[in-house]
Design a binder for this molecule. Structure first.
Ligand code: VGL
Ligand code: ZN
Length: 216
């Protein structure tokens, strides 16, 4: 094990509906699974997230008459991208990918469970007010640095990475352990925002070698 108590690997939304044949397909989303399995062995502390929506969730285009997936609409807290129905609680699409193998993962945090509020971020829901409790959990465990991997780079990974920074953590995003949806330039924007916020961008090989994100 390379990374100890101060470091946590955050594995974001590696769920069937985000796989290439899933309801909200992320191109090549399945390719992150073996990379993440390998990475996880280097971490003593792994947390996973699950997008976990009730049926009829406000982020679903099907919940808005006359609206189609990938359009946007205005909700109480601001603009919301409308998605195909995905990750509905207790459905096979919401399950973690069957090949994900992280027996030592300690916490599976479910997010997006409020019917009228989305949550790309593992830390703060889309109303930008409601906390998931993850920052407090990590602090109580002495974590100071969060390594992010999973799906999708430009939505749930980016929002989680940015909120982790805002909560005071050092953040490394492992680029080849992520895949993007890339909607209207969202991937380029996400990397610009993350870089500006001080997020370190690394490859899985660099993380496994302890460079540039030095183990400690
Ligand atoms: C996600 C869109 C909607 C993600 C979740 O995991 O990136 N994207 N819900
Ligand atoms: Zn979602």
């Amino acid at each position: 094990m390379t990374y100890g108590a101060q470091d946590c690997l955050l594995v974001i939304d590696v769920q069937n509906d985000f796989m290439p044949d899933g309801a909200l397909a992320v191109p090549r989303g399945d390719e992150v699974v073996p990379v993440i399995n390998r990475l996880a062995q280097a971490f003593g502390h792994v947390v996973m997230t699950q997008d976990w929506h009730p049926a009829g969730h406000a982020s679903f285009a099907s919940s808005h008459a006359g609206r189609a997936p990938f359009q946007t609409t205005s909700l109480a807290y601001g603009e919301q991208v409308l998605w195909p129905d995905h990750c509905v609680q207790e459905t096979p699409g919401a399950a973690l990918h069957a090949d994900l193998c992280i027996p030592h993962a300690r916490l599976v945090l479910r997010k997006g469970h409020h019917a009228n509020v989305d949550s790309y971020s593992a830390f703060l829901e889309a109303d930008r007010t409601t906390r998931t409790g993850l920052a407090g959990y990590l602090r109580e465990h002495g974590v100071t640095r969060v390594f992010c991997a999973g799906l999708a780079t430009d939505y749930c990974v980016a929002w989680s990475a940015l909120d982790a920074r805002a909560a005071g953590f050092e953040v490394v995003v492992i680029e080849d352990a992520c895949r993007a949806i890339d909607l209207n330039g969202s991937l380029e924007q996400a990397w610009a925002d993350m870089t500006a916020a001080g997020v370190v961008r690394a490859t899985a090989a660099q993380v496994l070698e302890g460079h540039p994100a030095a183990p400690r």
